[in-house]
Design a protein around this ligand. Structure first.
Ligand code: ADP
Ligand code: MG
Length: 275
């Protein structure tokens, strides 16, 4: 198989949209899987107490399992918390358990409450690089809110990937998301950039999907990936088998579209820039 090109530097994506059910988790795990299957080293940070990304990647995350909570709240090194995704060599996961639900409130009274995930990830990346195992991509799966966990992700990340569901009200709430990104940019992380928009659950048979896609492309232009992810039963089935669609049914339209979207991401100008 033809491997994807390694980026000049580690790229850190925040997969965010405060709406639930738009495809954040599905996008995180399937883009991550595509990158790993194409030979890249990938870390997925599950930042949602639901732990759906951990489930899809077949990584233990039952209550009490150490994971991102310990990294962010207790300062445990990520090095000691990551687990390999069994089906995907090259992909490691920092899991989330339901214990993370308390972090949103506990963080409020902690010092450097907005920068804790950033510190933890940077330390981990340096350790991996020093061990001769440079991580190429980090994808952070955000919870459906704009609280302190998502702020931590936006401080740790360099690029925001916004999945937009091709449905009614798709653009509702996007203004608020963009304003929050702007706030983080002006106060906490000037490097943050909305580099990538991905249309999800696209249904080619409906005018509605086409209309939403048109509107999003009109508004965001080249940030929108050419590939849209189709609505696909295979994509929604895969997590119940602790799989991504790329391992569950690799020739399905869902798998091929995520592979294509991942290829677009690796070919973006950002990937070649040395920053
Ligand atoms: P979020 O993380 O934004 O809450 P999810 O990724 O969990 O959203 O997706 C919400 C639901 O939609 C899940 O049940 C998921 O399996 C399903 N889903 C996501 N993308 C697709 C798709 N392209 N086709 C069909 N179902 C999808
Ligand atoms: Mg999710």
């Amino acid at each position: 198989i033809d491997a994807f090109r390694r980026p000049a530097e580690t790229r850190i994506f925040v997969v965010a949209n405060q709406k639930g059910g738009v495809g954040k988790t599905t996008t995180t795990v399937n883009i991550a899987a595509a990158l790993a299957l194409k030979g890249l080293r990938v870390l997925v940070v599950d930042l949602d107490p639901q732990g759906n990304a951990s489930t899809a990647l077949d990584v233990e995350h039952s209550e009490g399992t150490p994971g991102v909570y310990e990294a962010v709240v207790e300062g445990v090194p990520i090095e000691d918390l990551v687990r390999p995704a069994p089906a995907l060599p090259g992909l490691t996961v920092l899991p989330a358990s339901i214990d993370l639900a308390g972090a949103e409130i506990e963080l409020v009274s902690l010092v450097a409450r907005e920068t804790r995930l950033d510190k933890a990830i940077q330390t981990h990346l340096h350790q991996r690089a020093a061990a001769g195992d440079r991580i190429d991509y980090v994808l952070i799966d955000c919870p459906p809110s704009l609280g302190l966990l998502t702020v931590n992700a936006m401080v740790a990340g360099r690029e925001v990937l916004i999945p937009i569901q091709c449905e009614y009200y798709a653009l509702e709430g996007l203004g608020q998301l963009l304003r929050n990104i702007e706030l983080v940019r002006s106060h906490l992380n000037p490097d943050l950039d909305v580099s990538t928009i991905l249309l999800t659950m696209y249904d080619a048979r409906t005018n509605l999907s086409a209309g939403v896609a048109h509107e999003v492309r009109e508004h965001f232009g080249s940030q929108v990936l050419t590939t849209a992810i189709p609505r696909s039963v295979r994509i929604s089935e895969a997590p119940s088998y602790q799989q991504t669609v790329l391992t569950y049914d690799r020739s399905s339209s869902g798998a091929l579209s995520y592979l294509e979207a991942a290829r677009e991401i690796t070919e973006a100008p950002r990937a070649q820039e040395a920053r």
